[in-house]
Structures are given as structure tokens and as C-alpha cells.
Ligand binder design. Structure first.
Ligand code: 5GP
Ligand code: MG
Length: 180
């Protein structure tokens, strides 16, 4: 277990332990098994931040399922730019599929608000959103969040795939920006 983590001039303190993360992801995998058994769902993970969440969840998932990836980005440093770009598009056909979006964290909601209509246009059989972390306070765009591992206050977090300017993703636990 790391204690504090320093990146540039910022200090981050441990917030959610590896054990808590593992347990919550197992529970989510069990819930998804109940909800999607026999439906052969297609998971779409949003890169980069969700790669560890997606991997951890997919390993625990005991049903027949597919996974694909899309790369969207809206963050620079510790703030959302409010501008979402698609860096790598979707290669899977979602028509008539049961689709579950995997996202690391929902903040303003802009990323999903931009992306979800693109999927609805392709007429999936169903479309749900599963997130590791939900930060409801800064929400500006109304998006459905169907499965949540942790609901957290409006503080910048990193680790377990989440970054600060590209760094800090490689930890087993989640850290929180230290109060000044
Ligand atoms: P939204 O579009 O909902 O405002 O933001 C979604 C994206 O912003 C997330 O996928 C994530 O990449 C990034 N983000 C939002 N809050 C945080 C945070 O507290 N820490 C980190 N590392 N990224 C965040
Ligand atoms: Mg992200």
C-alpha cells in the first residue's frame, strides 16, 4: 500500500483501497451476470481511464460477453475542458446488441452526453452505463448511470487507471488530491 503520491506540484492521499475496489467490482460482475445471462452483451470501455476497471470487471464476469474499446477525451490536468474528442472510433456493430458502456468516472457528464446519442443512432437492443466512480455534484449534462461502484464527492481522484496529465494511472488503489 502506497502512502502519498506526488505528481508535479500536487500531492495525493490514499482514498479507496485495493480490497474495496476488488469487492465492489466482484459485486458488479455478479449483478451483471444476473441481468445479462444469455444476452451475450457487448461491453464498450471508454479509454484511456477505464482500462483497469474494464479488465478487472471482465475477468470477474462469468457470462458470454464481448468487449470493445473507444477512445474519448475531455480532460486536461485536473479540469474538464468541456470539449470531447473521439481519438479512436468504435469498430463493433451495436445494432440489436445489449450494450453496456464502461467508464472510469462521470463528472460533468459531457463525455457520455456526447457519445450516447451516437450509439442510440445505431439502435442497440438496450444501452446501459456502468461506472467505477460517480461524482454527481459537478454534473452539467443529464446522463443515465445504471451501475455505480462508488459515489464520491467533488474531488479530483487518480489511480487504478485514472490519470493526472497522463501519469498516476499505475496504482492498485485510488488516491484523492490532498486538501491544501
Ligand atoms: P465528464 O465528461 O463526465 O465531465 O468527465 C469524464 C472524464 O473526465 C472521465 O472519463 C475522466 O477521464 C475525467 N475525469 C473526471 N473527473 C476526474 C477525476 O477526478 N480524476 C481523473 N483522473 N479524471 C477525471
Ligand atoms: Mg475517461
Amino acid at each position: 500500500m502506497q502512502t502519498t503520491l506526488k505528481l508535479q506540484d500536487k500531492e495525493f492521499v490514499p482514498y479507496i483501497s485495493e480490497k474495496e475496489i476488488t469487492e465492489k467490482i466482484k459485486l458488479l460482475a455478479e449483478q451483471l451476470k444476473k441481468d445479462y445471462e444469455g444476452k451475450r452483451p457487448l461491453f464498450i470501455a471508454i479509454l484511456n481511464g477505464s482500462f483497469m476497471f474494464a479488465a478487472a470487471l471482465f475477468k470477474e464476469l462469468e457470462i458470454e460477453a464481448e468487449i470493445s474499446f473507444i477512445k474519448l477525451a475531455s480532460y486536461k490536468g485536473t479540469r474538464s475542458t468541456g470539449h470531447v474528442i473521439t481519438a479512436i472510433g468504435l469498430d463493433a456493430d451495436v445494432t440489436n446488441r445489449h450494450v453496456i458502456i464502461l467508464e472510469d468516472i462521470i463528472d460533468t457528464g459531457k463525455t457520455l452526453y456526447t457519445f450516447l446519442p451516437q450509439l442510440y443512432n445505431q439502435h442497440p437492443a438496450s444501452l446501459k452505463v456502468a461506472v467505477l466512480l460517480d461524482k454527481p455534484e459537478p454534473r452539467k449534462f443529464d446522463v443515465p448511470v445504471d451501475y455505480v461502484c462508488f459515489t464520491i464527492p467533488n474531488k479530483f481522484v487518480l489511480g487504478f487507471g485514472l490519470d493526472f496529465d497522463g501519469f498516476g494511472r499505475n496504482t492498485k488503489e485510488i488516491f484523492q488530491l490532498k486538501e491544501e
